[in-house]
Design a binder for this molecule. Structure first.
Ligand SMILES: [Zn+2]
Length: 80
């Protein structure tokens, strides 16, 4: 029984990891596409250049820090 539970936990863990990595992979592919289109480093929302330090820390980001903060604020407001 113990082994079975462990195997199930491992499986769930692997599935979560897989799903997370897949999302990251998609973001990286999107980032490469933006590089090809010359849109890399441009905020999706306001169209301004994203701070280079932010891009260095999170190359897959599509929002400048101001828009990101705004988005997070809106998400927080939507939660009950
Ligand atoms: Zn922005």
């Amino acid at each position: 029984m113990g082994d079975q539970a462990t195997a199930e936990t491992d499986r769930n863990f692997m599935l979560r990891l897989r799903s997370r990595e897949q999302k990251l992979l998609k973001k990286i592919e999107d980032a490469i596409e933006r590089i090809d289109n010359g849109l890399f480093g441009i905020c999706d929302d306001c169209g301004l250049e994203i701070d280079i330090r932010r891009l260095e820390a999170r190359p897959v980001t599509t929002l400048c820090i101001e828009c990101k903060i705004q988005q997070e604020d809106e998400e927080r407001l939507r939660e009950p």
